[in-house]
Ligand binder design. Structure first.
Ligand SMILES: [Zn+2]
Length: 509
């Protein structure tokens, strides 16, 4: 009997979530600053003792894929190409996208012959001139590998599926937690389907639906009503024989893909009719929670009054304020000064920690001796149409260099300690403040610029979360400005999801 050679599967990541309203283009520098690994270094990072994305996750999608491949023993050989991930921001510059996309295609050609590819993407990337670059990239991959080489893709729960993406990929699996905590499991799910396909253990058949739904599902947290029941139903579906995987994508609001919306995607084993039935059922379930809208957010004045009244919360921990209009992991510039201005003006009895991105201010402050008086304008420069700089006076507390943030200058403004970052002010973990010498236990108020993940990381300190609306790129209704091609709930009246779904999937009415 002839010895089977191992199946050769390449793996790579090209991932970023873009905010089409942000004028701050994402460049290769942003990928370099956040995460870029290739070849042997990537392989080590995704191995048993590695750390996949420094400063963020020990094991993410690629580690999950490697785990699935390892479970197949000698039958599979994995080939690390590269992994590029940047913190959310504005659309990618054309040059940045072309460089990453060329690099992937060259990598595939150099690694030939390949039997399969695992590709980790976000699913809500845009560039300055392409609203579906992930579809473009997957189409290039498909043209390079040919029609028969299976390609497995992992996506964020906030992805939007395009027809091009669905048709170019063999299987797709997306996160099923929000805040996201199943990166590695998602990679493993997609990886297992890929390995099983290559080893002849499965013949994936897929179905999907695309809903004209922008905002629904309440807070959209997977463990709270109404989404909990839908995610539980997906688990039940997967326990049925013949069902390989189910995903529900809730899209990223500030994305200018013209056919944006929630989508469902189901993979079965050689059973297209079952895939169609389940994708349809999930779409109906998602549509049924469209009227549950997220809660309204506080104004800065109300937020400060609530923080002041929350004596017990402050005595046992801190009040955490999310600047919901300037959420960096949703692509906002992170330089909105309105909450800072309100805290400086109206919260002199509260000790506050505030982050702000301003590369120019960091440059101006670099080299200033610690303790020196400072008087300068900060913030409001990256998105001048939406923000304005704020003049602050105090002293320089210290300067630091932090992974992902580059240079950071901390100003002592009296009751406010202001951390000015050169890179995106992605304050998701309390370690950000701790590493700058700001003890979270001593704060009354800590400001974050993240929607969900910070809730997990700040758990030891956070006694009262307050979401504050300050007018910016990540206001929910700011997305309504974008040029969508279809009517979308809740911006427009939409009676039925099916006709739009059929158009999007290219099916005759
Ligand atoms: Zn997400």
């Amino acid at each position: 009997m002839a010895v089977q050679r191992p199946k050769r599967i390449a793996y790579a990541r090209v991932a970023q979530e873009s905010n089409a309203l942000s004028p701050v283009l994402t460049t290769l520098d942003d990928f370099r600053r956040t995460h870029f690994l290739e070849g042997a270094r990537l392989e080590r990072a995704c191995g048993r003792f590695g750390f996949e994305t420094k400063g963020f996750l020990r094991a993410a999608e690629l580690s999950g894929f490697v785990r699935a491949a390892r479970a197949a023993g000698d039958a599979v050989e994995t080939i690390p190409l590269f992994s590029a991930w940047a913190i959310p921001g504005g659309p990618l510059s054309r040059a940045c996208f072309e460089t990453l996309s060329d690099k992937l295609i060259h990598g595939l050609k150099a690694a030939a012959p390949l039997d399969g590819l695992f590709l980790s993407m976000h699913g809500a990337m845009t560039t300055e001139d392409d609203s579906d670059p992930e579809g473009t990239l997957l189409q290039r991959v498909r043209d390079t590998l040919g029609p028969d080489v299976p390609v497995a893709v992992s996506l964020d729960l906030h992805a939007s599926l395009s027809r091009t993406m669905v048709e170019a990929a063999t299987v797709i699996a997306s996160y099923r937690t929000n805040p996201h905590r199943d990166h590695a499991k998602t990679g493993e799910r997609a990886g297992r389907m890929l390995v099983d396909t290559l080893l002849g253990r499965a013949r994936p058949t897929i179905a999907w639906r695309s809903l004209p739904l922008l905002i629904g599902g309440g807070r959209t947290l997977d463990f709270l009503s109404p989404m909990r029941a839908i995610f539980r139903r997906m688990k039940e579906m997967e326990s049925r024989p013949g069902v390989l995987d189910c995903s529900l994508n809730m899209c990223h609001l500030w994305n200018d893909y013209p056919h944006l919306g929630w989508s469902t995607y189901v993979v079965t084993d050689d059973d297209p009719a079952l895939a169609e039935a389940l994708a349809e059922e999930l779409a109906d379930l998602a549509w049924s929670v469209r009227h549950e809208q997220p809660p309204a957010f506080s104004s800065p004045t109300d937020a400060i009054a609530r923080a002041r009244a929350a004596r017990l919360a402050r005595a046992t921990g801190a009040v955490c304020m999310c600047d919901a209009s300037d959420v960096v992991p949703a692509g906002a510039p992170g330089d909105n000064t309105r909450l800072l201005a309100a805290l400086l003006e109206d919260a002199s009895d509260l000790r506050c920690y505030v982050p702000l991105r301003d590369p120019d201010a960091v440059e101006a402050l670099w080299g200033t001796p610690n303790g020196a008086p400072v008087d300068l304008e900060v913030g409001g420069r990256l998105d001048p149409a939406r923000g304005e700089p704020l003049r602050v006076r105090g002293r320089l507390r210290g300067t630091f260099t932090q992974h992902g943030f580059d240079r950071v200058a901390v100003l002592d403004l009296g009751h406010v300690q202001l951390a000015i970052t050169e890179g995106p002010a992605l304050v998701m973990k309390p370690a950000f403040y701790r590493d700058l010498g700001l003890d979270p236990w001593k704060a009354d108020v800590m400001v974050v610029k993240s929607f969900f993940p910070w809730l997990m990381y700040f758990l030891p300190y956070n006694r009262l979360p307050i979401f504050v609306r300050t007018a910016g790129t990540t206001d929910l209704d700011a997305a309504f400005e974008l040029p969508f091609a279809d009517p979308l709930h809740p911006r427009d009246p939409v009676a039925e999801w099916r006709p739009i779904d059929r158009q999007r999937r290219g099916i005759a009415p």
